[in-house]
Design a protein around this ligand. Structure first.
Ligand code: MF3
Ligand code: CO
Ligand code: CO
Length: 295
């Protein structure tokens, strides 16, 4: 929050969102002549830029994430229960010496999220049957040697109808558009702007309640990466930042509700929703996907 002079008042809430007064929060740190961006981002935003050794670790976890998604793609069939996808992901992750981050994360009971049709995200694997014509998102986050990589894909089951084809293609293109904004000097807002502009041009909508996030040392780290926004808004991207981009795109309205299981997010109007997610590293030149798959 800024006053008329453009400065944040010492007694106003800190713009970092801590809920504390500015003078008790970031004011001191800003005064303390921060020598470089790395320190500034760590102290002010809790963003830890990744070093080469960390990047290697996340890249390794990311390769595994893509392998798991490839395995799911090769096995997913009509007639399967979503819990069978969970078993595949769980067993393969352990076989590779990794752990599935979703399991017991804030009480989540399974090792992957499986989100069918109108389910936006956080579908809990269970007895639901996968049918011909469905679209099914599978979201995986292996922890390998302490490093997290997060990725998801939406699969067609059999031959897709025109709505299914449309929403999956738009969601995929949205991730691609978002990723193409990733380079030092651009901002977090540029990513959301590119995604929102494209999705809405196609007559689709962007979910706002769930967003991308820093990742690597933990499942969810700062910064937050909204999939909507204004060009030039938000933090500047710095090389060494690692975060996900994971736009959830609805065929109808952007609104959602959460089922009684406290996890499953579904579209309010029952329309289809699709998502693709990758973990990206900001490099000097632009970006590198640490969970690379074709889009
Ligand atoms: N993988 C999801 C994400 O992209 C988070 C799932 S949280 C869980 O951020 F608890 F449901 F696993
Ligand atoms: Co994520
Ligand atoms: Co994910």
């Amino acid at each position: 929050m800024k006053n008329k002079t453009g400065k944040v008042g010492r007694n106003e809430p800190c713009p970092c969102g801590s809920g504390k007064k500015y003078k008790k929060c970031c004011y001191e740190k800003e005064k303390a002549n921060v020598s470089n961006y790395e320190t500034l981002y760590r102290q002010k935003y809790n963003i830890i830029l990744k070093k080469e050794k960390d990047i290697q670790g996340i890249r390794h976890a990311g390769k595994l994430a893509v392998e798991i998604l490839d395995l799911v793609e090769s096995k997913i069939k009509p007639g399967m229960k979503t819990d069978e996808i969970n078993t595949l992901v769980h067993d393969y992750t352990l076989k590779k010496g990794a752990q599935p981050a979703p399991l017991n994360y804030r009480g989540f009971p399974k090792s992957t999220c499986v989100s069918v049709n109108e389910v936006i995200c956080h579908g809990i694997p269970g007895e639901r049957l996968i049918n011909i014509g469905d679209i099914v998102n599978v979201d995986v986050t292996p922890i390998l040697n302490g490093y997290y990589a997060d990725a998801n894909k939406t699969f067609f089951i059999g031959k897709p109808g025109s709505d299914a084809r449309k929403i999956v293609n738009v969601a995929k293109a949205c991730l691609k558009k978002g990723m193409s904004q990733v380079k030092p000097g651009n901002t977090i807002g540029d990513i959301g702007w590119a995604i929102q502009t494209y999705a809405e041009k196609k007559g689709c909508s962007v979910v706002r309640e769930f967003i991308g996030h820093g990742v690597g040392f933990e499942f969810h780290e700062p910064p937050q990466i909204p999939h909507y926004g204004e060009k030039g808004e938000g933090l500047e991207l710095l090389s060494g930042m690692v975060f996900t981009i994971e736009p959830m795109i609805n065929l109808g309205s952007r609104f959602l509700h959460i089922l009684a299981d406290n996890w499953t997010a579904v579209t309010e109007d029952g329309s289809l929703s699709a998502q693709f997610e990758q973990t990206v590293l900001v490099t000097n030149k632009g970006f590198e996907s640490l969970t690379p798959f074709d889009l």
